[in-house]
Ligand binder design. Structure first.
Ligand SMILES: *[C@@H]1O[C@H](CO)[C@@H](O)[C@H](O)[C@H]1NC(C)=O
Ligand SMILES: *[C@@H]1O[C@H](CO)[C@@H](O)[C@H](O)[C@H]1NC(C)=O
Ligand SMILES: *[C@@H]1O[C@H](CO)[C@@H](O)[C@H](O)[C@H]1NC(C)=O
Ligand SMILES: *[C@@H]1O[C@H](CO)[C@@H](O)[C@H](O)[C@H]1NC(C)=O
Ligand SMILES: *[C@@H]1O[C@H](CO)[C@@H](O)[C@H](O)[C@H]1NC(C)=O
Ligand SMILES: *[C@@H]1O[C@H](CO)[C@@H](O)[C@H](O)[C@H]1NC(C)=O
Length: 415
C-alpha cells in the first residue's frame, strides 16, 4: 500500500503530466496527434472529435476490419456527454490502414428525439460455408430509450458495411438489455468449437441484406420478423460478453454468450460473475478462454479480474486477479493477434489517465508495458487490427477531459 505521502506525490505527478499535455494541445491539434507517433506507434489519427456533426461527444468505440477496410463505431451523444444523453450509433471507415477516415455515417438513430442507443459491439464472423456472406459483420447495441427493461438489437452486413440488414431484436435470455463489451465479439480459432459446426443447418444461403441506406430513420422502416432475413450458417463459434443486472435495479454482473450459427441465435453461459462489469473475451493459444473484467476495486490489487473457460465458453471458473493490470475502474481493450495478447486501459489505480498497451506472449499471461500512448486524461479503449495485421487501438482521450476525441493508433506487432 502506498503511504498518504506517496499517493499525494502520485497525484502531483498526474497533475503535472496533464499540464504538459494541455500546453501541447493548445499549440495545434495536429501536433498532438503527430506527437503520438513514438516508440512502437506507426500511425496515429483522430477518428471522431467532440462537437463534430453537432454531437456533444463520441464515446464507447468498437472496431471491425473487413474487406481490407476498418470501421470504427461509437456512441454519438447529442445534448450532453452524459451516459443518459440521447444518442445515436455512428461510424467511419478507413481504407488506408487508419491514416484517414470517411465522413460520419449513422447505423441507428437520426440525430433527433430522445432515442438512446448505447454500447455498439462489432463481431466479424467468418462463414466459409456461405458464398453470399463469407464475412459477416454484426453490430449489436442496446435500445435504452425507455426505462428498463432495455432491449438488445443488432444490424448485420455481408458487404463490409456498405448496406445493412433491418434492425433485429437479439434474444440473450434470461437477460435483456445487456450492455455488451465495450469491445468486440470474437470468433474462436483454436479448438474446442473452432471447427465449423458439424452439419450444415440449412440448404439455403443468406438472403442479401435490404439495401437500406445508411442513416435511414429506423423507426420508419417496417419491422422485420425476428431473424427473418437470415438462414443458419456454418460458422465457428462466436462469443461476446457484457454487463447486465440493470434490470430491476440489481448490481451489475458480467455474463458471456455464444452462437454456433453465425450470430442468429445465442446461448447465454450459466456462469454469472456478480459485481463484475464491463468485459472482453479472448482465446489463449492453448484453447482456454479468458474473460477479463472491470470491477469496483473488489480486491486490494485494484486490478482487473478474470475468469477461465476450458469448454468454449459454456462454463467458467474464477474470478482470479491480474495484479499487473491495475485499473481506475474503467473499460479496457484486449485481443489476441499473432503471437501476442494486447491489453489497453488507463494504467492507473486511481484516475482515468495514462492510456497504455501491455503485452503478454504466452498462455501464462505475464504482462509487460509495451507502449504508453497518452499520459493525460484517457478512458475507454478497444483493441483491433489493421488490414495489414498490425495491432491497433481506438481510445477516448483529451487534454482536460478524456472525452474530447476518439484517437486511433496502429502499433508495430510485438511478436
Ligand atoms: C495498408 O498496409 C498494407 C500492408 O503494409 C499495405 O500493403 C497497403 O498498401 C496499405 N494500404 C494503404 C492504403 O496504405
Ligand atoms: C427504441 O425504443 C423506443 C422506445 O420504445 C422506440 O420508440 C424505438 O422505435 C426503438 N428503436 C428501435 C430502432 O427499435
Ligand atoms: C421520449 O419521448 C417520448 C415522446 O415524446 C415520450 O413518450 C417518452 O416518455 C420519452 N422517453 C424518455 C425516456 O424520456
Ligand atoms: C443452447 O440452448 C438450447 C436450449 O437450452 C440447447 O438445446 C442447445 O443445445 C444449446 N446450444 C449450445 C451450443 O450449447
Ligand atoms: C492454458 O493456459 C492457462 C494458463 O494461463 C491455464 O490456466 C489453462 O489450464 C491452459 N489450458 C489448457 C487446455 O492447457
Ligand atoms: C503511466 O503508465 C506508465 C506505463 O505506460 C507507467 O510507467 C507510469 O508509472 C504511469 N504513470 C502514472 C502517473 O501512473
Amino acid at each position: 500500500m502506498a503511504t498518504l505521502a506517496q499517493q499525494a506525490l502520485l497525484l502531483l505527478a498526474v497533475a503535472a503530466v496533464a499540464v504538459v499535455v494541455d500546453v501541447t494541445a493548445t499549440t495545434t491539434a495536429t501536433a498532438a496527434a503527430t506527437a503520438a507517433v513514438t516508440g512502437v506507434v506507426r500511425r496515429a489519427s483522430t477518428v471522431f472529435r467532440a462537437g463534430e456533426a453537432s454531437y456533444s461527444c463520441f464515446r464507447v468505440p468498437t472496431i471491425a476490419t473487413v474487406d481490407g477496410a476498418m470501421l470504427v463505431f461509437a456512441e454519438a451523444r447529442r445534448t450532453s456527454c452524459a451516459d443518459q444523453s440521447p444518442k445515436d450509433i455512428v461510424y467511419k471507415r478507413s481504407h488506408d490502414n487508419g491514416t484517414t477516415w470517411s465522413e460520419l455515417a449513422r447505423l441507428v438513430g437520426n440525430h433527433k428525439g430522445n432515442h438512446t442507443y448505447r454500447n455498439p459491439y462489432a463481431t466479424v464472423v467468418s462463414q466459409p460455408g456461405s458464398a453470399a456472406c463469407a464475412t459477416k459483420l454484426v453490430v449489436g447495441f442496446v435500445n435504452s430509450t425507455l426505462p428498463e427493461p432495455w432491449i438488445n438489437q443488432h444490424r448485420w452486413s455481408c458487404n463490409g458495411g456498405k448496406t445493412w440488414s433491418s434492425i433485429e431484436r437479439v434474444n440473450l435470455a434470461p437477460w435483456e438489455g445487456v450492455l455488451a463489451g465495450p469491445g468486440t465479439g470474437i470468433q474462436l480459432s483454436t479448438p474446442p468449437h473452432a471447427a465449423l459446426a458439424t452439419a450444415p443447418r440449412s440448404a439455403g444461403g443468406v438472403v442479401p441484406p435490404s439495401s437500406a441506406a445508411v442513416g435511414d430513420e429506423p423507426e420508419s422502416k417496417q419491422q422485420q420478423p425476428l431473424h427473418s432475413l437470415q438462414r443458419q450458417q456454418r460458422a465457428a463459434r462466436i462469443l461476446g460478453c457484457g454487463a447486465t443486472g440493470y434490470h430491476a435495479g440489481h448490481s451489475m454482473n458480467a455474463v458471456v454468450w455464444y452462437s454456433d450459427d453465425g450470430g442468429v441465435t445465442f446461448n447465454v453461459s450459466s456462469s454469472v460473475f456478480a459485481q463484475m462489469q464491463e468485459c472482453q473475451v479472448v482465446q489463449l493459444w492453448n484453447g482456454t478462454l479468458v474473460l477479463n473484467m472491470r470491477n469496483s476495486h473488489l480486491n486490494a490489487c485494484r486490478c482487473r479480474a478474470y475468469a477461465l473457460s476450458h469448454d468454449g465458453g459454456v462454463t467458467w471458473e474464477g474470478p482470479y486477479w491480474a495484479p499487473q493490470l491495475i485499473e481506475p475502474v474503467c473499460s479496457a481493450g484486449l485481443i489476441r493477434l499473432g503471437g501476442a495478447l494486447y491489453f489497453s486501459n488507463p494504467h492507473s489505480a486511481s484516475h482515468r489517465v495514462n492510456m497504455t498497451v501491455q503485452v503478454a506472449t504466452s498462455d501464462d499471461m505475464r504482462w509487460h508495458v509495451y507502449q504508453q500512448l497518452w499520459p493525460g486524461p484517457a478512458a475507454y479503449s478497444v483493441m483491433g487490427h489493421t488490414p495489414a495485421s498490425e495491432p491497433c487501438i481506438v481510445y477516448e482521450r483529451g487534454s482536460s477531459s478524456p472525452y474530447e476525441e476518439l484517437a486511433f493508433a496502429a502499433l508495430a506487432p510485438a511478436n
